[in-house]
Ligand binder design. Structure first.
Ligand SMILES: *Cc1c(COP(=O)(O)O)cnc(C)c1O
Length: 231
């Protein structure tokens, strides 16, 4: 089932790219495996998937231990400062940086572990109270501050769009993200490379791609519904 789902998602990615004259190679599919067992990830791995998304530090650590080391782990969930140390040298990209204090903590841990961290700045484009992320009006200021941290490298922006029944409703947020991304790119800030625009989930990734997403985060569409009732 997982193999077929991935093929299906890849087809839709290719079609969305074609609609707006992009190459499918411009879009990276991140398989969001949170709450799902290791066997599911292994099946996806067999199809060639190497990018996986998780939102809990403990879960990344557990899965990291037992799965192939060429997997690229993406931290997509809210990250607490006291947990940075457990994952900073295990993940390829932290999508959810939403404060200078968190970036500073990541920098500190990188110094201790003699590593570097690639990060995205999470933007709360729809101004939802329930979501983390900075206000887009503060983006440039925060990015300029974080850019001064030597072991942390800003690679782009991430957003979680509202849950909507019609994905077209999120098009405006994705378009605004793209605008902000291009804006920041044109500022040519030292130690800031705008090459990643992480937006779009199962419900709306095709719209996100049409509006310029370079990374889409698809969970349910690959692994099926998540069950949060069992532990
Ligand atoms: C869970 C999650 C996803 C995947 O959501 P689906 O709707 O299952 O595709 C994507 N991004 C983030 C930040 C998530 O927490």
């Amino acid at each position: 089932m997982i193999t077929e789902n991935i093929k299906e998602v890849e087809k839709k990615i290719e079609a969305a790219c074609a609609r707006v004259g992009r190459s499918k190679d411009e879009v990276c599919l991140i398989a969001v495996s949170k709450t799902k067992p290791v066997e599911y990830i292994e099946e996806a791995y067999q199809t060639g998937t190497r990018d996986f998304g998780e939102n809990k530090v403990q879960e990344i650590c557990d899965k990291y231990e037992v799965l192939p080391k060429d997997i690229k782990w993406h931290m997509i969930g809210h990250l607490q400062r006291n947990k940075v140390k457990y994952i900073v040298d295990k993940v390829c990209l932290i999508h959810s940086v939403d404060s200078y204090r968190l970036a500073e903590q990541i920098n500190q841990e990188c110094i201790k572990k003699n590593c570097e961290a690639d990060i995205l700045i999470q933007v709360n484009m729809a101004h939802e109270d329930t979501k983390f992320g900075i206000d887009e009006n503060n983006a440039e200021e925060i990015i300029r501050e974080i850019a001064k941290l030597e072991h942390v490298h800003i690679k782009g922006l991430m957003t979680i769009a509202p849950y909507v029944s019609n994905p077209e409703e999120n098009r405006v947020h994705f378009a605004n993200m793209k605008k902000l991304y291009v804006d920041i790119k044109h500022k040519n800030i030292d130690n800031v490379i705008m090459s990643v625009l992480s937006m779009g989930m199962t419900n709306d990734y095709e719209v996100a791609i049409e509006e310029g997403a370079t990374h889409v985060r698809v969970g349910t569409g690959i692994f099926g519904e998540r069950d949060y009732t069992k532990k």
